[in-house]
Design a protein around this ligand. Structure first.
Ligand code: FAS
Ligand code: PHB
Length: 394
């Protein structure tokens, strides 16, 4: 037996992209079903992004899920770039008139889940064999299995919000899909620790031994990263080794404020730049990591996903409320213009702030010269700042 369901928009993926889209569409009176191959506890438990752009804050306010964010988030007016112990502060507030908010993706996801659950959202968790079909018709379908039973959803639109390893992007025929990728020759080893942050703002450091990032989740919980080899695994990095390396890369003056302690989360993430074009195929629309990946250096992954969703929810709402499909028809072209600009910034900052095994002494000099130029030029610092706080939506 196959269980049949109907909805207006079927959303594949219940991460930040899928949840925010469901929330914004619900506010417009648009019915959705959300599928995920995991369950809420697993999705909420993933430790990922930490910095929200103003555009993301605005989107969460519009979605009615920003109360805790404003109560618990940390507003940051700047951050530091450091090279071999020399620090330069990028004064976001002075250079752009705006700031960023430190508030973990875990918390954003929790706030969205709470809102959707309160809104009687139709969820299917722990699904398998999700297959979007009939995408070029007016009645796409999404087939899946749950608890050994077959289901089929008939809908008007499919939103592919299923991340980098989802199935939506693969539903676009290979002769249509174009992909672009840069895999970086290192990863990020990240830890969470119940210790106060090293500094009141983030510090991105390039040291001859590698990159380090001193971040935070609150005034008592820190999130720190160091660049590591792709061959490394977590077992290679006991806490003592991590703290020694982290302190070395921050430099003695900054490390003097470092409070160490036992980590309660430790993981390694690979770094890549990736874009898939187009982000629409028939009545399938891709958003978030399903369509693009950025290295976390620029704190853009979550924020770029939210920007996609703001444009996609605008397009779907216009379709249902006014019958106007201009935003749907221009979605892929519009969203990709901004995606590529954000990819550029994330690639630029990653190239500047990491030690690349293939870099020659000349290229290392170019890294230092770019840092010195940024530190000495308001125009160069402003360029970094306007990308970091978030480029405007079209
Ligand atoms: P997500 O990947 O978050 O969610 C996709 C969802 O789809 C998942 O819940 C998954 O279970 C589900 N799914 C997948 N395949 C499916 C299928 N076949 N059927 C049904 N459901 C399916 N960004 C930053 O800004 N800063 C960071 O520091 C940062 N660190 C990161 C560290 C790691 C290890 C990773 C992987 C990403 C990191 N990111 C970071 C980027 C991250 O925050 C993403 O940009 C963000 O999660 C994107 O959200 P979604 O597009 O919803 O994709
Ligand atoms: C984080 O706190 O997890 C974080 C902050 C800024 C980044 C990447 C990660 O650029």
């Amino acid at each position: 037996m196959t269980y049949a369901h109907t909805t207006q928009v079927c959303i594949i993926g219940s991460g930040p992209s899928g949840l925010l889209l469901a929330q914004l569409l619900a506010q417009a009176g648009i019915d959705t079903i959300v599928l995920d191959r995991r369950d809420r506890a697993y999705i909420e438990g993933r430790i990922r992004a930490g910095v929200l752009e103003q555009g993301t804050i605005t989107a969460l306010e519009e979605a009615g899920v920003a109360d805790r964010l404003h109560a618990e988030g940390l507003l940051h007016d700047g951050f530091d770039l450091a090279f071999d112990g020399t620090r330069h502060r990028i004064d976001l507030a002075a250079l752009t008139g705006t700031s960023v908010m430190v508030y973990g993706q875990t918390e954003v996801t929790r706030d969205l889940f709470n809102a959707r659950t309160a809104g009687d959202q139709s969820f299917f968790f722990d699904v398998e064999d999700v297959v979007p079909t009939d995408l070029k018709t007016d009645q796409p379908t999404v087939r899946f299995r749950k608890n050994g039973e077959d289901h089929v959803i008939t809908c008007d639109f499919v939103a592919g919000c299923d991340g980098f390893r989802g199935v939506s992007r693969a539903a676009i025929p290979s002769h249509v899909l174009r992909t672009f990728e840069r895999v970086y020759p290192f990863g990020w080893l990240g830890i969470l620790v119940e210790q106060p942050p090293v500094s009141h703002e983030l510090i991105y450091a390039n040291h001859t031994r590698g990159f380090a990032l001193a971040s935070m989740r609150s005034e008592t919980r820190s999130r720190h990263y160091i660049q590591c080899d792709l061959s490394d695994n977590v077992a290679d990095w006991p806490d003592d080794r991590f703290w020694e390396e982290f302190a070395t890369r921050l430099g003695p003056d900054t490390a003097a404020n470092l409070q160490t302690g036992p980590s309660f989360e430790k993981s390694i993430a690979p770094l890549r730049s990736f874009v898939a074009e187009p982000m629409r195929y028939g009545n399938l629309f891709l958003a978030g990591d399903a369509a693009h990946i950025v290295p976390p250096t620029g704190a853009k992954g979550l924020n770029l996903a939210v920007a996609d969703i703001r444009l996609l929810s605008r397009a779907l709402t216009a379709h249902y409320q006014t019958g106007n499909d201009d935003y749907l028809d221009s979605y892929s072209e519009t969203v990709l213009r901004r995606v590529w600009k954000v990819e550029r910034f994330s690639w630029q900052l990653s190239t500047l702030m990491h030690q690349f095994p293939e870099n020659t002494p000349f290229e290392k000099k170019m890294q230092r010269a770019e840092f010195d130029y940024i530190a000495s030029s308001e125009a160069a610092s402003k360029a970094i700042a306007e990308n970091y706080v978030g480029l405007p939506l079209e």
